[in-house]
Design a protein around this ligand. Structure first.
Ligand SMILES: Cc1cc2nc3c(=O)[nH]c(=O)nc-3n(C[C@H](O)[C@H](O)[C@H](O)COP(=O)(O)OP(=O)(O)OC[C@H]3O[C@@H](n4cnc5c(N)ncnc54)[C@H](O)[C@@H]3O)c2cc1C
Length: 432
């Protein structure tokens, strides 16, 4: 017999908080934050990776993004432009059968379709192996920022308040939550950039869906989508061969930055997902007569709020592809701006086109020890729509970690650029 019937009565004594120390604190455990945290921990830094969600993975896992794009250039001679942790991801998940390499007919680049849960487990294992301390279920509540330096972040957790003191910080929150909380200037788009709720479908004809002609779906969506409560006329439907599931990215809704709006977004996204199921069953019964939703993702958010950096990356710069003196990452993805309910605005670049992300668009103008990574770096709305995909997010995470490591307690703007670029050489030049 165990003593499970025995209990101890306890009472909260004082509103004390848990106080943690780190060299680098990363806010946001999506693909950019995970990349930054692992790279920084491998450099010997004590790293805390904090996220409001109860597990790590950000949108890559929680919003069922499903495909890694932006790791390769486009065209018949496409080659990989981001390495390091990205190589480990591709090699290890391919070996376990959880990653599928595809050549996209639409864009002529190499993309990687992944098993959602297995990418999440891979991130967890990699963080654990590197010694990254996870602070999950921790919503950022306050920031102690003065004289150009962020000293402390305060979080609300289910287990009471937690403070983290650190020398350097990464804003990988997607919505620039860290910079916003620190009182720094941030940018918000003047017109909505639409989000999408991805979901997994099951019970369809696998052979027919593998050959699906997206154009037929699009024209039918345009004709009768509104009858099913659908607003978007383009998107993607990807089957993962042999797994019995297909990922649908065919919804569009506004992604407001307020707590009640966030709740409405969940309902709006899931209503559209259900509408899409009805649409597929009725309009394409030869493939989808019995289709159903296996799993709804969280609302996927694209561009809401981002930092005001020392430099704003522009559409003109990414079109030209000139390498700036402080380049820290390479990118090739096209402009993909979700600026209307119905359609996505694409701007295609020529085969082999490459452009660069400079450190100066990742460092908030008003701060010395913060580096942003991922979808909240500074770009004009068009440039940001291209660099926010997962390949460059990984490259930016690595760049943020190395920049803060080199900066130590000094201003990140003063880092030795030659040394930083030498460390990131594989992400800047072929054979680097
Ligand atoms: C629907 C959709 C489909 C997409 N499709 C693709 C695709 O096929 N391929 C591709 O490569 N890219 C795709 N993208 C783009 C890409 O997925 C994202 O831009 C990328 O995942 C962003 O990663 P991130 O790390 O910058 O941010 P996120 O993944 O958004 O992570 C930010 C993290 O910060 C946390 N956070 C935010 N605020 C706080 C706070 N106040 N306190 C604590 N934690 C906080 C969040 O909980 C979250 O986990 C898609 C995006 C969307 C929305």
């Amino acid at each position: 017999m165990t003593q499970l019937n025995d209990t101890t009565i306890r009472r909260r004594s004082a509103a004390g908080s848990t106080n943690l120390e780190a060299d680098i604190c990363v806010l946001g455990a999506g693909i950019s934050g995970v990349s930054a945290a692992i790279e920084a921990a491998r450099l010997g830094r004590r790293v805390i990776l904090a996220d409001a969600a109860p597990t790590i993975g950000g949108q890559a896992v929680g919003s069922i993004v499903g495909t890694i794009i932006g790791l390769y250039t486009h065209g018949p001679d496409a080659y990989q432009i981001t390495h390091g942790l990205a190589d480990e991801l591709v090699n290890e998940l391919t070996a376990s059968g959880d990653l599928l390499r595809r050549r996209s007919e639409r864009t002529g680049t190499i993309t990687f379709q992944y098993e959602i849960m297995q990418l999440g487990r891979w991130m967890e294992r990699k963080c654990a192996e590197a010694g990254v301390e996870l602070l999950v279920g921790a919503a950022l509540n306050d920031a102690d920022f003065s004289e150009r330096r962020l000293k402390q972040l305060e979080f609300a957790t289910r287990y009471g308040p937690v403070t983290v003191n650190a020398t350097g910080f990464v804003d990988a929150s997607g919505d620039a939550a860290l910079s916003w909380q620190a009182g720094l200037g941030v940018r918000e788009p003047n017109a909505p950039v639409y989000g999408s709720l991805n979901f997994l479908l099951e019970n369809y004809d696998e052979a027919k869906v593998a050959e699906i002609d997206h154009k037929l779906i699009y024209s039918r969506l345009k004709e009768v989508g509104a009858d099913y409560g659908l607003v978007r006329h383009d998107g993607f439907l990807f089957a993962f061969p042999g797994k019995g599931t297909a990922l649908a990215n065919l919804t569009h809704f506004k992604t407001p930055l307020d707590p009640i709006g966030a709740g409405k977004m969940v309902l709006e996204g899931r209503e559209q997902a259900d509408g899409l199921v009805k649409f597929l069953r009725n309009e394409f019964p030869e493939m989808f007569a019995k289709v159903s939703v296996r799993y709804y993702g969280n609302p996927g958010i694209r561009q809401t709020r981002w930092i005001v950096a020392n430099h704003q990356l522009t559409l003109e710069e990414i079109r030209e592809g000139t390498q700036p003196a402080d380049a820290v990452a390479r990118c090739a993805w096209w402009v993909e701006l979700h600026d209307t309910e119905e359609l996505v605005h694409w701007e295609e670049f020529p085969d082999g086109h490459v452009y660069y992300i400079p450190l100066s668009c990742m460092v908030p103008k008003e701060a010395d020890n913060i580096v942003a990574a991922g979808r909240c770096v500074d770009g004009d709305t068009f440039a940001l729509s291209a660099v926010r995909v997962m390949g460059p997010c990984m490259a930016m995470g690595a760049a943020a970690a190395h920049a803060l490591d080199l900066a130590g307690s000094g201003p990140v703007n003063n880092v030795d650029m030659t040394e930083l670029q030498a460390r990131l050489a594989k992400n800047l030049t072929n054979g680097g």
